[in-house]
Design a binder for this molecule. Structure first.
Ligand SMILES: NC(=O)c1ccc[n+]([C@@H]2O[C@H](COP(=O)([O-])OP(=O)(O)OC[C@H]3O[C@@H](n4cnc5c(N)ncnc54)[C@H](O)[C@@H]3O)[C@@H](O)[C@H]2O)c1
Length: 291
């Protein structure tokens, strides 16, 4: 999908860090943006920066070019309402970026709480809400019968184990496999891809042990993450793709086709074929209901 003025994007976690950088970079392309976050002050500030950037491209826009919606993404009704408000404001949805994230510093096996504000929250924000956001975005995009792109923000912690934060690692691994499993949605014009950056110096990234960050070559620039996201939006061939961005290797699609051959019983192409064969399109007779 060519990033051009007039498209619209909804970004969760858009009030800070990577989400904020994505909102501003989209605005510089003339894309209308809905910033979804529970941090109101920061979210409103990002929406106003987006409006200023957008004004340079859409001098006489009739609608606001950016809105902020205060929403906890773990609240399914509130998240669905945010998508409805986006569609009502911008008349459709071209891009959805599920970026809101939560990291819990305490180790799950030392945690004596019920997890509501610790590990269970991490699962709900990082995985459940990403599934929900993808589900709602897919339904909106299918109903408008126009192509759409969904980017889920995973992490390098979803590609290899991170023993200092096992639950975070588990949620991001879930996001990676969930997204890769959605490659067949391309048949409906919807491409869902996952971005897995190593460490970026944001509020969240600063919580990571500096020794680990240095061992991986230091922090990535947020611009590198934006570049990766834009590649996944613009490259029409990418569906169910997982893009790993690291300081040491740059942008690498994971698994590489060589690795995929080693670990998969079927290549993704033959797997798709076998799924199609298992569920051939059924021609329901028009009089089925009467029967
Ligand atoms: N910073 C890194 O090193 C790094 C590396 C890989 C992946 N990531 C991922 O990138 C994404 C963005 O992280 P970041 O580094 O920009 O962190 P950040 O803390 O700067 O931003 C996260 C944003 O998500 C919002 N948020 C959190 N929980 C929410 C909820 N329940 N409802 C609504 N909004 C919520 C926060 O208010 C914040 O604005 C996350 O998914 C994170 O896991 C970050």
């Amino acid at each position: 999908m060519e990033l051009k003025p007039g498209l619209s994007a909804l970004v969760t976690g858009g009030a800070s860090g990577i989400g904020k950088a994505l909102c501003i970079a989209l605005a510089r392309k003339g894309v209308f943006v809905t910033v979804v976050d529970f941090s109101e002050e920061n979210g409103r500030e990002v929406a106003s920066i987006v409006q200023k950037e957008n004004k340079l491209i859409h001098a006489y826009a009739r609608v606001p070019s950016a809105i902020f919606i205060k929403c906890d993404v773990t609240n399914g009704d509130a998240l669905a309402a945010a998508f409805r408000k986006h569609v009502d404001t911008f008349g459709g949805l071209d891009i959805c970026i599920n970026c809101a994230g939560f990291v819990n510093k305490s180790l799950v096996y030392d945690d004596k709480s019920d997890g509501t504000s610790t590990w269970r929250r991490a699962v709900n924000v990082n995985l459940v809400a990403v599934i929900d956001g993808t589900r709602i975005a897919t339904q909106v995009m299918r109903s408008q019968k126009k192509p759409g792109v969904i980017i889920n923000i995973g992490s390098v912690a979803g590609l290899y184990p991170m023993s200092y934060e096992p639950v975070y690692s588990g949620t991001k691994g879930g996001v990676v496999m969930f997204t890769r499993s959605l490659a067949p949605l391309k048949r409906h014009g919807i491409r869902v891809n996952v971005l897995c950056p190593e460490f970026v110096q944001t509020n969240m990234g600063e919580k990571v042990n500096r020794v680990l960050v240095d061992a991986l070559g230091g922090y990535l620039k947020v611009e590198d993450v934006v570049k990766g996201a834009f590649e996944l939006i613009e490259d029409e061939s990418k569906a169910g793709a997982c893009l790993w961005i690291s300081k040491r290797k740059g942008m690498v699609y994971w698994p590489t086709s060589e690795k995929e051959k080693n670990y998969l019983v079927y290549s993704s192409k033959s797997q798709r074929k076998s799924v199609e064969n298992r569920f051939p399109s059924i021609q329901t007779p028009e009089y089925f209901q009467k029967m």
